[in-house]
Design a protein around this ligand. Sequence first.
Ligand code: CU
Ligand code: ZN
Length: 172
Amino acid sequence: MKAASVCAVLLVSGASPAFAEPPSRAVAVLRPTTGHSVEGTVTFSRTAAGVRVQAHIAGLSPGRHGFHIHQFGDCRSGDGKSAGGHFNPTAQAHGAPGGAQRHTGDLGNIEAGADGVAKLDVVDARAAFEGRESILGRAVIIHAKADDLKSQPTGDAGGRVACGLIGVVKSE
Ligand code: CU
Ligand code: ZN
């Protein structure tokens, strides 16, 4: 009798929100910071290998631009600094997306062509939709300059030209 009631409790709790699947998709709509005209969309999808990141950004100067997830989902300040520093829940050094030492938010660079448009489609093994490395509710920042993938703590990527909050998208 006792075993049966424990089993019933487990069945009930299995349907509770605490055991729900994490979201499968998220999106950041990027808006320009003051004095810039960079905008675009970054979508995030959960895959077995990590989070797939697909970006389409316009209004950039040609060349490479630092592309990061920053700690706070707050794009209210005109310069983007309200988003805080790189999202770094594991207290590691700044680095490259594939590096052993990196911030979870270190997505490297996007590269714009002569038309100012940059596209990216990568799978990041570190970013997650749950747990301490969850990127949900944080912000995507695009920088004026390239991330050199080694200078501490920001990759020397310069000012912030666009910012967007990472929000959950309805599952398909
Ligand atoms: Cu950044
Ligand atoms: Zn970093």
